[in-house]
Design a protein around this ligand. Structure first.
Ligand code: ZN
Length: 274
């Protein structure tokens, strides 16, 4: 037992001398070292290949992520003359929204709220998806809590007086999708382009003042942050769809249409701009 430990230790030392960063993590070898049977001695090949790189975080190169940019963690190999460096990307964080405004309402118009991110000062106009000025078709959600159309081609229109011209506007919908935790009945409802027809087209359409929004978001709903619920409803999530270069001040109309059966249950439509 003692002998096998010595053999193992000298094998480790040898591998350290030959070490170069880029191999597996150094810490992985400790479990093998404690297994002191003769079998462990014969399996030292896994220890020697694992015991290589010692990485140290370089705090001076660390960048925190925020809602505007990704961050990074930088680690430098300290047991190699090669100076290996590895970077881990830290995902962007969501915006930090403040308290939304009182609802802006006018007779015969759609109500909306405004809000602003306290970090990057992105502003939002948040349209109440259940406060349409016109609906064609029927709302599948007869509880009235969300909008989900029954039939392809159904649409709702939202109209109000846009208080100011907007540029570089990101449009998103806030809602959830039918989504079973065990995956048994998710109907491939995985994103805006996960349509039944499988033709690469989107399952919903948005027009702003009769101009089509090009939906550019090809992420799955999971990648957008939705998680499965127990009862067939996913968590709510703000799903960014795409960007419009400009939206004029004055009369504003947004049309939200079901194009394919896999549409979301939505409560709000967000216009985000700076
Ligand atoms: Zn922000």
């Amino acid at each position: 037992m003692k002998v096998s430990k010595i053999l193992l230790a000298s094998a480790m030392l040898g591998s350290m001398m030959l070490a170069s960063c880029g191999g597996p993590e150094a810490g992985e070898s400790t479990a093998d070292a404690s297994a002191s049977t003769s079998k462990a001695a014969s399996s030292k090949k896994s220890s020697t290949s694992k015991f290589s790189a010692i990485w140290s975080k370089d705090a001076s190169q660390h960048v925190d992520a925020n809602c505007e940019h990704e961050g990074k963690d930088v680690e430098v190999c300290i047991n190699s003359s090669l100076g290996s460096v590895k970077e881990t990307v830290i995902a962007k964080t969501p915006h930090t929204w403040g308290t939304r405004s009182e609802k802006v309402e006018a007779e015969g118009k759609t109500g909306y709220w405004t809000n602003e991110c306290s970090v990057c000062h992105t502003k939002a106009i948040i349209i109440d998806a259940l406060d349409w000025t016109k609906i064609e078709g029927s709302n599948k959600d007869n509880t009235g809590a969300t909008l989900k159309f029954s039939t392809n081609g159904n649409y709702a229109e939202y109209e109000f007086n846009m208080p100011t011209a907007l540029t570089n506007v990101t449009i998103g919908v806030y809602g959830w999708v039918d989504y079973w935790k065990d995956g048994s009945n998710n109907n491939d409802q995985r994103g805006f382009f996960s349509t039944k027809a499988g033709d690469g087209s989107a399952n919903v359409g948005v027009k702003v003042n009769d101009t089509d929004l090009t939906i550019t978001n090809t992420k799955t709903y999971e990648e957008m942050g939705m998680t499965a619920g127990e009862n067939g409803n996913s968590s709510f999530c703000l799903c960014e769809m795409g960007t419009m270069a400009s939206i004029a001040a004055g009369d504003f109309k947004l049309t939200y249409t079901r194009l394919e059966s896999y549409n979301l249950n939505i409560t709000e439509i967000w216009l985000m701009y700076k």
